[in-house]
Design a protein around this ligand. Structure first.
Ligand code: ATP
Ligand code: MG
Length: 570
């Protein structure tokens, strides 16, 4: 079957030759045989019953990526056939996420619910052709009659109603004469089929519920299998790419299109993305939101696009990740979340300015430094990027350093500050610890040291070396900040291992909020969503909701330790 009226000489972009996977191979074959006249038109069809997650990102990258490679188009289509679970909020969130990921559906935004008139006519056509019937069996009876994988199903006593009766009953279903579940419209296929999906599947069910997009026009709603293939057909989608669980539905997808004699899209299945340390079903993510295990769909610990975005992920890093994992026809292994983080680090390393922040501060007083003096040091914004320039950082007699960077009685391998030890204050001077002040409870309240004026900028004329370099923030210039540190949301690679409830494996320490952090003055008015590398602490992103001018709030996006790169070296 081929499409007409389109340009069959479309150039295949360079990209398509570079990137190769089994779906692109199928498309090349179709192009060679002229099946769709060289046309490539895909769609991304989310059900608006939750926020998109990283698994959807894979599908988005695949659908938009393939179309772009072959000079084709991609539609965004809301698969909104179930009026009960769908909400306006989700539709807006999904659109925002797709745009943020960097994709453009141009003027091709569709809703399956806008095709309901056409679906109804298609159903009438099936009835007229003797290929569909109205059944009075209850949902439970239909389930019993369906049979099992081993035993064939049983035909409904209503299967052989006349076409006239079926047309009349179906119209009355539409007119609201029956209650929910009293009747359904079913396809008349084969109750003995080896494929259970072909045992007279339901086409329409009665649901007296208004629809969030089209209101209360309908009280019957089409099933996914019926609506999906026909939406693809109406939009003249050439390649309908979906996840593997729909493989057994393909015969039904094909059956509807063949029986109705309409444009026939090709369904192609691929393995869904699975990531360790997380869950990906919208239903379960919704449970986390509703039960308050996270602060919302955009909680930075969530695998949702909004969660990743708020955490500080870049769209580039997510697209890179989707590229690297590629597409497999079969389920292979679960992808390690360390790979996603590795892609992020590579991207942030290139673009994130380096700054100094002290998360758990203790005051360091430099006794031989002139009181009231302020020096400014030039600090490079990004050693990986010459064009990033430098900025001035103020230095004074009192600075904050990290509490963990001092030990009174350090073990041999501790190269940071300790009584009598000399370290470098990044971009500034060498300092040597001379005294420790403790309160009555033994808590360190202040450290004292002397500095070597000769070591300005970080080296000494005598070439003396120090092993530790600490970040610091000048006390009078320090800006108070809140910093949120995240760990994995689940403490097991497979949160549902051996059928366990994922709730049982939530990591109770997945969020640590630090409220007394001190950051350098350049961060006072950090723009929401701006990203930085806090020296020695990792990459951070100004929280898009909570950060305010003068009162910055940062999320730790990812630490500096790249476990993925380490594993690859082994
Ligand atoms: P979930 O079970 O998480 O709710 P879904 O498949 O029901 O996901 P849809 O809104 O129907 O969600 O999905 C839209 C598209 O995204 C579909 O084509 C679906 O196959 C694809 N998709 C969903 N999850 C994944 C995943 N983990 N990996 C790849 N593609 C996915
Ligand atoms: Mg679904």
């Amino acid at each position: 079957m081929s499409d007409t009226g389109t340009d069959s000489t479309k150039e295949i972009s360079e990209e398509a030759h570079e990137r190769s996977d089994f779906i692109r191979e199928i498309i090349k074959e179709h192009n060679a045989s002229g099946r769709f006249d060289g046309r490539v038109h895909t769609r991304f069809p989310p059900e608006p019953n939750g926020y998109l997650h990283i698994g959807h990102a894979k599908s988005i990258c695949l659908n938009f990526g393939i179309a772009a490679d072959f000079g084709g188009k991609t539609n965004l289509r809301f698969d909104d056939t179930n009026p009960l679970k769908e909400e306006r909020e989700y539709i807006e969130a999904i659109k925002r996420d797709v745009v943020w990921l960097g994709f453009d559906w141009e003027d091709r935004l569709y809703h399956a619910s806008e095709y309901f008139d056409q679906f109804y006519d298609f159903a009438v056509q099936l009835i007229t052709d003797g290929k569909a019937y109205v059944d009075d069996l209850s949902a439970e009876e239909i389930r019993q009659y369906r049979g099992t994988l081993k035993a064939p199903g049983k035909e409904s006593p209503h299967r052989n109603r006349s076409v006239e009766d079926n047309l009349d009953l179906f119209e009355r279903m539409r007119n609201g004469e029956f209650g929910d579940g009293e009747k359904v419209l079913r396809a008349k296929i084969d109750m003995a089929s080896g494929n259970i999906n072909m045992r007279d599947p339901t086409i329409y069910r009665i649901k007296h519920a208004p629809h969030p997009h089209i209101g209360d026009k309908w009280c019957i709603y089409p099933m996914y299998d019926f609506a999906h293939c026909l939406s693809d057909s109406l939009e003249r989608i050439t390649h309908s790419i979906c996840t593997l669980e729909f493989e057994d539905h393909r015969p039904l997808y094909d059956w509807y299109l063949d029986q109705l004699g309409v444009f026939h899209s090709q369904q192609i299945e691929f393995a869904r993305l699975e990531l360790n340390y997380t869950i990906m079903s919208k239903r379960k993510l919704l449970a986390l939101v509703k039960e308050g295990s996270v602060s919302g769909w955009d909680d930075p610990r969530m695998p949702t696009i909004m969660g990743l975005r708020r955490r500080g992920f870049t769209p580039e890093s997510i697209r890179d990740f989707c590229d690297r994992i590629g597409v497999a026809k079969r389920m292979d292994s679960v992808v390690d979340i360390a790979l996603l983080e590795h892609c992020l680090r590579e991207d942030l390393n290139k673009r994130a300015p380096r700054v100094m922040a002290v998360l758990n501060p203790v005051k360091l007083v430099i006794d031989n430094y002139p009181e009231g003096q302020v020096e400014e040091f030039d600090a490079d914004n990004n050693p990986e990027d010459d064009s990033a320039g430098t900025r001035k950082i103020p230095f004074t007699r009192e600075v904050y350093i990290e509490r963990d960077d001092f030990m009174e009685d350090p073990p041999k391998k501790f190269f940071r500050l300790a009584p009598g030890r000399e370290v470098r204050l990044k971009h500034a001077y060498y300092v040597t610890c001379t005294d420790v002040v403790q309160d009555d409870a033994g808590e360190i309240v202040e450290l004292h040291c002397t500095y070597d004026p000769e070591s300005r900028g970080g080296g000494t004329p005598d070439g003396r070396r120090v092993k530790g370099t600490l970040q610091w923030v000048s006390v009078p210039h320090a800006v108070d900040a809140e910093v949120r540190l995240f760990d994995r949301l689940f403490n097991k690679p497979d949160p549902e291992e051996k059928g366990e409830d994922f709730r049982a494996n939530l990591n109770p320490e997945s969020l640590v909020t630090m409220t007394h952090c001190k950051v350098e003055p350049s961060l006072a008015n950090a723009e929401p969503e701006s990203r930085y590398q806090f020296l020695r602490h990792g990459y951070f992103c100004a929280d898009m909701r909570d950060t305010k001018p003068g009162q910055p709030v940062f999320n730790r996006t990812v630490s500096l330790r790249d476990t993925w790169a380490k594993m690859q070296k082994k």
